[in-house]
Design a protein around this ligand. Structure first.
Ligand code: PLP
Length: 407
């Protein structure tokens, strides 16, 4: 990352911010397929373990291919953000084997028994289950509140000193509800509460939570960052560098969810076209949302880019574009949803989001089936809800497929 010029757009940073010139002047980042690294001497081994000499030791602790992806993602999340004293914001990213693994490191390195995490409805299914079915057995509580109600958040933080973190997913899955990241961070900072943001649906191109004061961001890189659906991965990014390099890094090492260099290579290649892809994803998505909104077979569309969405204005303020994921309900309910999904000819029936293909899934029976039905309903996930990740096919072809499948 040294000596790079100042980039005027994220498109250039995504290609050049962490260019590896590591082996034989290879143009692309080499895949360092090695579990361990050799020492020239016993002393060097000791110094590396002590941290007095930089260098790789063992690939669970760090790998040169993985470092490139970490520096690249940190550069994008920090792109064009300056600290109060005018310095470019410095971030530390830790790449993980999955988004879920990055999320586990986040919570396990920042809360202890007795602490509470505040969050909201309509989280990614795996995050909801981790917070409500897994952390409680370690003495950590999670509590759902309406994070749109800033007065309520303030009074909760005032009354309950056990609250140590607020976790936000914005836009959230699959309601596309957004949370005012800046407003929550301001309240949280007054009570020394840390704020984490799952930025998976937005990517740093659409939204940079650190700009609004977030302490941590995580992504499932499986989605839009990789962009092509070739590998599972996750990343945790933080701005408290000493904390990231000690407690958080140690937690990641001990949990062992390290990224592998082959998948990381695919991720680095995917990130290079992030800006180009996100522009087209978002342009296609807006046209699809407008089509569905106007269609008589569709009862409701949840897309933060439509003026009818409750967070349309908030989303326009904190995001560059509203993203490419949406959900919708058919007027004829569950059976019609199943028929619609079965009639698709080009769009693919699959969970996940953020690939070049348009993907369509059924949250109640798939991604959110691990949640209790009453929690699903409070999160706006009815049995007839369909989720769609709009891909990069020609929008005419996507619309034609939806039109014929809606019947
Ligand atoms: C997919 C996803 C995750 C989990 O990531 P994995 O890579 O599947 O472990 C977390 N949050 C959101 C919003 C996701 O879409």
């Amino acid at each position: 990352m040294s000596n790079h010029p100042k980039f005027t757009a994220m498109a250039s940073a995504a290609i050049h911010a962490a260019q590896a010139n590591m082996a034989q002047n290879a143009h692309l980042t080499p895949v360092f397929a090695t579990s361990t690294f050799t020492f020239d001497s016993a002393q060097q081994g000791m110094d590396r373990f002590k941290g007095t000499e930089p260098g790789y030791i063992y690939s669970r602790f760090g790998n040169p291919t993985v470092t490139v992806a970490e520096e690249l993602i940190a550069a994008l999340e920090a792109f064009d953000i300056f600290t109060e004293d005018g310095q470019p914001l410095q971030l530390k990213a830790l790449l993980h084997a999955s988004g879920q693994s990055a999320m586990a490191t986040l919570f396990l390195s920042n809360v202890v028994a007795g602490d509470t995490v505040l969050t909201h409805y309509s989280l990614y299914g795996g995050t909801h289950e981790f917070l409500f079915d897994f952390l409680p057995s370690f003495g950590v509580k999670a509590q759902i509140v309406d994070l749109h109600d800033l007065a309520l958040v303030t009074s909760l933080l005032q009354q309950d000193p056990s609250i140590k973190m607020i976790h936000i997913e914005s836009p959230a899955n699959p309601s596309m509800r957004c949370v005012n990241i800046g407003a929550i961070c301001k309240i949280a900072a007054a009570y020394k509460v840390k704020v984490s943001v799952d930025n998976t649906f937005a990517t740093p191109y659409l939204q940079q939570p650190f700009r609004y004061g977030a302490d941590f961001v995580f992504h499932s890189t499986t989605k839009f960052l990789n962009g092509h659906g070739t590998a599972i991965g996750g990343v945790l990014i933080g701005k408290d560098l000493p904390h990231m390099k000690t407690k958080v890094n140690k937690t990641a090492k001990l949990l062992g969810g390290c990224a592998n260099p082959f998948d990381t290579f695919l991720l680095i290649q995917g990130i290079k076209t992030l800006e180009l892809r996100m522009k087209q994803h978002c342009s296609n998505a807006l046209q699809v949302a407008e089509f569905l909104h106007a269609h008589p077979a569709v009862a409701r569309v949840n897309y933060n880019g439509l003026p009818v969405h409750p967070d349309y204005e908030l989303s326009a303020r904190q995001m560059r574009y509203p993203g490419a994921v949406m959900s919708f309900e058919l007027t004829a309910g569950f059976d019609a949803a199943v028929q619609f999904i079965d009639r698709l000819q080009m769009c693919l029936r699959a969970v996940s989001v953020g690939t070049v293909d348009t993907l369509i899934s059924h949250p109640a029976s798939m991604t959110h089936s691990g949640m209790k039905k009453e929690d699903r309903e409070k999160a706006g996930i009815g049995d007839g809800l369909i989720r769609m990740s709009v891909g990069l096919e020609s929008v005419e072809d996507i619309l034609a497929d939806l039109e014929q499948a809606l019947g």
